[in-house]
Design a protein around this ligand. Structure first.
Ligand SMILES: C[S@@+](CC[C@H](N)C(=O)[O-])C[C@H]1O[C@@H](n2cnc3c(N)ncnc32)[C@H](O)[C@@H]1O
Length: 210
């Protein structure tokens, strides 16, 4: 299956607030990103698979000014861009497949992903993702990632997913990444279903503490 076609069709067919992963605000992501950025509003933050989510709106409203939203779907990026209008002009919008993307080396302070990594069902895709994030992060940079938890759904958007606990997710990222904190969130979908998410905050080796 061509993944870009799949996601373009999803965003072409559904209103942004009707997809199962919609939340008016990504509160847990915001809290973990603020912790990872240590209040530095100049931090370079990339929202991977950001889709049409309001995270970028909320980060701009908190004063963060070096923001990139990367997504495989141009339609998703267009929704967010249109919603933000002039406020989104400083944001870099990047249509790319994260498993193959090449971001500028050692340029990112905080990498955020909510509900993308769990779609990577082959080891090759996951290795490609970890290669991308390892190259893109500054030494000591941070990863804030949300996946379905051990009791989460086995499918999303018609696609199979992999569910993680914090140990399994740590193993995927490997020894360069140290787990700082993790949290479980119960997400209620627009149709009222409950989905378990796991959030992890990792720091990559190379910072002052290493
Ligand atoms: C479940 S949605 C989550 C969207 C957003 N992060 C949120 O929490 O509202 C998954 C998003 O990841 C994007 N996506 C899926 N596979 C991707 C890939 N390989 N590279 C980049 N983006 C991808 C999809 O287009 C979609 O916007």
């Amino acid at each position: 299956m061509n993944m870009q076609q799949h996601w373009e069709a999803v965003y072409g067919a559904k209103a942004p607030d009707q997809v199962s992963w919609f939340r008016p605000h990504l509160e847990t992501s915001l809290a973990l990103i603020e912790h990872a950025a240590h209040g530095n509003q100049a931090a370079t933050i990339v929202d991977v698979g950001g889709g049409a989510s309001t995270l970028v709106d909320d980060l701009l409203a908190r004063g963060y000014r070096n923001l990139t939203v990367l997504d495989i779907s141009q339609a998703a990026l267009d929704v967010a861009r249109r919603r933000l209008g002039e406020r989104g002009e400083s944001v870099q919008w990047l249509r790319a497949d994260v498993t193959q993307a090449r971001l500028p080396m050692a340029s990112v302070d905080v990498w955020h992903d909510r509900a993308v990594f769990h779609f990577l069902t082959s080891a090759e895709q996951r290795l490609g993702y970890v290669r991308t994030v390892t190259n893109a992060l500054k030494p000591g940079g941070h990863v804030v990632i949300g996946t379905f938890g051990p009791a989460g759904p086995t499918k999303c958007s018609g696609l199979d997913v992999v569910r993680y606990d914090s140990e399994a997710l740590s193993r995927e990222f490997g020894e360069k990444f140290r787990l700082i904190e993790s949290a479980i969130e119960m997400h209620t979908t627009p149709s009222g279903a409950s989905q378990q998410f796991l959030y992890c905050h990792f720091a990559m080796a190379g910072g002052a503490a290493d």
